[in-house]
Design a protein around this ligand. Structure first.
Ligand SMILES: C[S@@+](CC[C@H](N)C(=O)[O-])C[C@H]1O[C@@H](n2cnc3c(N)ncnc32)[C@H](O)[C@@H]1O
Length: 365
């Protein structure tokens, strides 16, 4: 039976404006701060050969489902925790669980047995809430690249997706560690990227569809309401058709942003949607020679994109390549790189979180 453990830094479950329930910050925290460490109810992994078949993946899923069912049958607490999760139906009317019920010490008080989940309900819950360890906005520590894993981390399952996410996750053994990927204010909903949010609206709509929902985040609403949507679609089509010169895409978009008088976060949202074009230009000496003086500086783009969608590994990579090419010539750039890194990988662990991770006796100093 799994020994569940949680480090609940500064989070609570509340009704979400996006969908159903969500996880919220209870304190102001800066980028990189650890918010939650939670142990899997069950996880299954296997090293996959390069040419792994769908069958091999099905075996992992089957083992994982068997483990969850076995634990839920034997343990009321696990059954009751899983039954709090959504299967996407009537999500808005589901009970908002008290954060206290997730603390390990709550285990003692959970003798009241809840109704046993039937198999089809359990499968639909696992379908919505299981996490693939190698998905976007997660980092897996200490595992070889060829493995695949799937697991269920109950409290992390309350995190809704947003195309302007503010948290990321790290996998350490059987634990998931959630940290802020940018500064977060008390009361803000914590959102993670279920898929690559550095992509255009149409692609994101498709990816959300594969996840079984239509995205109701702020950024999607903003991009969907633009009066110059048609022009954006045309730029997206050019991008999709694989234009040779990405500089022209960036130039056209930046001209548009000026003409359409896009302000504040809106600029970051749209630049994030066309990150593929920006990154190709900033990564190419040839394109920078041609377009460098005509387009907005790299630092401005990075600042606005990070402000809009938080720190991201793809942005960090282009940033570091840029530093290497131009030589690290200032404390400001170094600081910016460090902040980006903290947002992507999280700050050094807090003592309490570390204890949870190594299942240290919480009573000791
Ligand atoms: C892992 S659960 C997230 C927590 C869930 N809201 C709850 O109340 O338990 C995933 C489900 O939340 C909903 N969801 C998450 N992010 C969403 C978004 N950006 N827009 C619409 N629905 C979303 C979808 O129904 C999705 O299948």
């Amino acid at each position: 039976m799994p020994e569940l453990a949680e480090y609940i830094g500064a989070v609570e479950v509340k009704k979400s404006e996006i969908s159903g329930r969500g996880l919220f910050a209870t304190k102001n925290v800066e980028s990189g701060t650890l918010l939650l460490v939670t142990k899997a109810i069950a996880v299954d992994r296997a090293v996959m050969p390069q040419d792994s078949s769908e069958n091999a993946q099905l075996v992992i899923w089957k083992n994982f489902i068997d483990k969850v069912r076995n634990f839920a049958t034997k343990c009321d607490r696990i059954n009751s925790l899983i039954s709090k999760l959504s299967n996407s139906e009537d999500e808005d009317s589901m009970e908002v669980p008290n954060i206290e019920s997730f603390r390990p010490e709550a285990e003692m008080n959970s003798g009241i047995s809840s109704e046993k989940l039937d198999v089809s309900k359990m499968l639909s819950i696992l379908d919505v809430n299981s996490i693939l360890e190698h998905s976007i906005s997660s980092k897996v520590l200490g595992k070889n690249v060829d493995y695949q894993g799937v697991g269920l981390w109950v409290l992390a399952s309350f995190i809704n997706h947003s195309c302007d996410p503010n948290v990321r996750r790290l996998h350490v053994g059987d634990y998931v560690v959630i940290h802020a990927s940018r500064d977060v204010k008390a009361g803000e909903e914590l959102n993670i990227a279920y898929f690559n949010v550095l992509s255009p609206l149409e692609d994101r709509i498709e990816m959300a569809k594969n996840w079984g929902f239509s995205c109701k985040c702020r950024r999607c609403k903003f991009e969907d309401n633009l009066c110059f949507k048609q022009e954006m679609r045309e730029i997206e089509t050019t991008l999709r058709n694989g234009v040779v010169d990405m500089g022209s895409v960036v130039y056209r978009l930046e001209e548009g942003l000026r003409r359409w008088m896009v302000r504040g976060k809106g600029k970051g949202y749209l630049r994030a949607s066309f990150w593929e074009a920006y990154s190709k230009v900033f990564d190419s000496e040839k394109l920078m020679r041609k377009w460098g003086r005509k387009i907005v500086p790299f630092e401005t783009v990075v600042d606005s994109v990070v402000d809009a969608v938080g720190s991201d590994e793809q942005i960090l990579k282009v940033f570091i390549e840029g530093l290497k090419r131009n030589g690290i010539n200032g404390v400001v750039e170094m600081e910016k790189g460090m902040k980006l890194g903290r947002g992507v990988y999280g700050k050094i662990m807090k003592k309490q979180a570390m204890r949870t991770l190594i299942q240290f006796d919480g009573t000791q100093e």
